[in-house]
Design a protein around this ligand. Structure first.
Ligand code: TXA
Ligand code: MG
Length: 335
């Protein structure tokens, strides 16, 4: 049986946090909110507890997990040979939605990193996540709290849909503030390598440490060669219904041609009414799109429709991360 615990993110009740921390310290699984998406956590230093995460999600064991910490000093227990550039990024962006890949120390069980020599570490800013990490007094390994292959959850209801009865505790801590998963950057490379774009953008990172490289997969939807991050080879973020990504220019004609179909339409830039029974207008503010896109797709996926259309946006700044998730989930791109 999964216990659902409501915690107010503005004033986390310490008795409830203690109960969750105790669960972590006894090898149990706890879903907790972060500023990006909800995470499915267990004690990162307890290999048996980490295995439960893979089982609950149905996640392939060759896909490594991110380790979450309460304070930057904890990095030294987990990683070695940390470059000055990596330290600069921690100073500037932690706590926040940035994951750094660093050379792992032996304290990190192999199951966490899927046998890889690097570990992904991040310090979340969400007050519940922070309080839990502080109280448990151990790093927590946590992937997004969805069933493997499904869209990341940004609300406790979405977690319950996927993981009820598969985990020990689900903390309901309200909506995720950012809405897409953290930016992941490999800091062991000579020139730091961006593996997953997020709301901490390339431009923001380069202002702090100078030029970085973008992984080739970010330029092509169909890239499958030797993934640098095992997560790249799996189809992700897919709703069950077909997802079609359509440019603003092609949208009117596309909708006309498909007028006999039952379509849910998500618009961004296009402000006009669109003649679909199910139309969600997210607007063009990319922060808002990032925050709402996953929940919107999960909701529309439950409707009696043939497919979902999303109007694409430009790939500048946060747009790169948003389009990365949409392209991975799309079965068709009309550009
Ligand atoms: O915002 C986030 O990052 C959320 C919250 C819960 O923190 N977590 C998250 O975890 O999105 P997950 O497991 O769903 O995605 C982590 C990605 C995966 O693509 C994984 O392959 C990659 O990061 N990754 C993690 N550790 C890695 C490592 N040691 N080497 C290469 N890639 C790694
Ligand atoms: Mg995930």
């Amino acid at each position: 049986m999964t216990k659902i615990i409501r915690i107010d993110p503005k004033r986390p009740d310490m008795n409830l946090i203690k109960e969750c921390a105790e669960a972590i310290n006894t090898g149990k699984t706890v879903v907790f909110p972060t500023e990006t998406v909800y995470g499915l956590g267990s004690n990162a230093l307890d290999a048996q507890a980490v295995k439960k995460i893979f089982e609950a999600k149905g996640r392939p064991t060759d896909n490594p997990l991110i380790v979450h910490i309460a304070y930057p000093v904890q990095v030294d227990e987990l990683a070695k040979d940390i470059s000055p550039k990596a330290k600069k990024l921690m100073d500037r962006f932690w706590p926040g939605p940035l994951t750094l890949l660093l050379w792992k120390k032996s304290a990190v069980p192999d199951v966490v990193t899927a046998g890889l020599p690097k570990v992904g570490i991040r310090m979340p800013s969400n007050p519940i996540a922070h309080a839990l990490l502080k109280e448990a007094d151990t790093p927590i390994a946590a992937p997004s709290a969805n069933l493997s292959g499904k869209i990341s959850p940004t609300h406790a209801d979405d977690v319950i849909d996927d993981l009820y009865d598969r985990v020990d505790i689900i903390i309901d801590g309200g909506d995720s503030k950012e809405g897409i998963e953290s930016t992941v950057i490999d800091m062991t490379a000579e020139v730091p390598l961006l593996l997953r774009p997020g709301t901490v953008t390339q431009e923001q990172i380069e202002k702090v440490i100078g030029p970085i490289q973008l992984h080739p997969s970010l330029f092509s939807v169909y890239y499958v060669d030797a993934p640098a991050s095992p997560g790249m080879k799996y189809r992700h973020y897919s709703p069950r219904k077909e997802l079609v990504l359509v440019s603003s220019k092609k949208l009117p004609l596309f909708l006309k041609q498909n007028s006999k179909k039952r379509i849910a339409v998500v618009t961004t830039v296009t402000d006009k009414k669109c003649h679909s029974a199910l139309h969600v207008h997210l607007g063009k503010n990319k922060k808002v799109i990032a925050k709402k896109i996953f929940r919107t797709l999960r909701k529309l996926d439950k409707e009696d429709i043939d497919f979902i259309v999303v109007e694409s946006i430009d790939e500048k700044d946060i747009g790169l991360g948003i389009m990365n998730r949409l392209k991975k989930g799309a079965s068709r791109i009309v550009d």
